[in-house]
Ligand binder design. Sequence first.
Ligand code: 5GP
Ligand code: MG
Length: 473
Amino acid sequence: MPLTKEKEYYKATRRAVAIVNSSVPAKEKLDAIARATARCMESGVSIVLLDSTKTKLIHNFSWGLPKFFLRKGLLDVHKSLGEVPLGQPVIVPDAGSDSRIQFPEMAAKAGIVSMLGVPVMLHGSAVGSVRVYSRKHFEYTNQDIAFVTAMANLVALALGSTTSSQTEGATKDIKSVAPSLRQLRSVTFAHPSERDFANILDFYDIEWVYEPRSFPLKQEDDKITEMFTPDFYLPGLDLYVELTTMKQGLVTRKNRKLRHLREMYPDVKITLLYKNDYDKLLAKYGGGPLAQTRAHGIKRVLFSATEIADRVQLVAQQISKDYASRRPLLLGVQRGFLCFMADLIRCITVPLDVDFLGISYYDRSDDAAVKITKDVDLSVTGRHVIVVEDIIDTGITLSYILGHLKERHTASLATCTLLDRRVRRLADVPLDYVGFEVPDEFVVGYGLDYKEEYRNLPFIAIPVIRKQRAKEK
Ligand code: 5GP
Ligand code: MG
């Protein structure tokens, strides 16, 4: 027997409450609320949030709505529905003929007939809205509105729990919510350079939205045949930014599109960031191909901070999966493991222990080249140990450590290294988790040193070292 609407709403609310009261990240909570609302209302749903200028509403979490609809343009808080300035639910029974719809053609194209917007109230101000977009004529009942209101309240709770530290005390202003929205974005960037750029914007505390709007450039009959979707919109500056990481010579086509866009939309401010300018910006921040202009004595950057972060996240995911039912003991080898270990454990989602080993090297002509200077503090017997190294070069260090640990009867023994210089391998050591393979050149940064220098670089690079010293450790 199908559930009555009331029971369905009760079930969905109960589930959403449990998620909001759990420890999952806020964006997962909002995603779950949007999904549950969409399913129950048999409609598209979007959670829109106010930007820091309080003039625009941004689609943050959506279910069941086409991409072109989400990118139709920035919603003006006063021209669109109006539930946010009102602080009350607004119903639009017929989207086709209602002046409260900002983009009626787009709504029609997406087949949206009726709409309901319920404001999200946080500390007495509306900070956004839960919007229901129905594809058939919908007479929203009091029960429907009560359900969406409950969901909007849960959105506020989820937002409130991420901002409580900032909203404590006298600053109960919506402005204090805006910085936290940054943590809520669930953005998949098309290109790593976009992620780097977003990091820079975050660093300078400039609010951004990724690809919020597609501009139709050419139309044949009813079909849009050419479109342009700028990479970023910066609400504080009311500016669109398009990155171009292509060679200077290849941007002519993009330039033509942009000129076209400026003609068609004279009110839109857009800027193209060329590769050279972009590289300079990255270098200031310590990454990209021009990074040596800041970090003294760097020949070439091998992996940017962003690339490392992405890779570490993947390695951590794999470890979390493999150790879902075992508690691993991560054993770092001093001192190059520092940055890698710190980032790795924060991305691993299973409970774990951490310890480390200190080692030093005898003269390499000696047989027993490696010596343990600091042993493990925790007992490794019966434990699932993962040795964490910065780089495996000849493999001699790791093979010595593995031998040392095997004598202690671990339950299992795995190896994880950020860098692998396979071409120089002498001892055959098994590697279970590898970050990157590196060429036969000495590398520094992200914990790795040359004579105790360079450890604090946020990226991995090849330093300028006189040739005869390149093999020193
Ligand atoms: P292996 O015993 O595998 O030859 O060398 C391992 C250790 O040598 C690494 O853990 C690391 O401390 C050091 N090492 C090897 N190659 C490099 C390198 O390119 N840069 C730095 N900074 N250390 C290295
Ligand atoms: Mg090491």
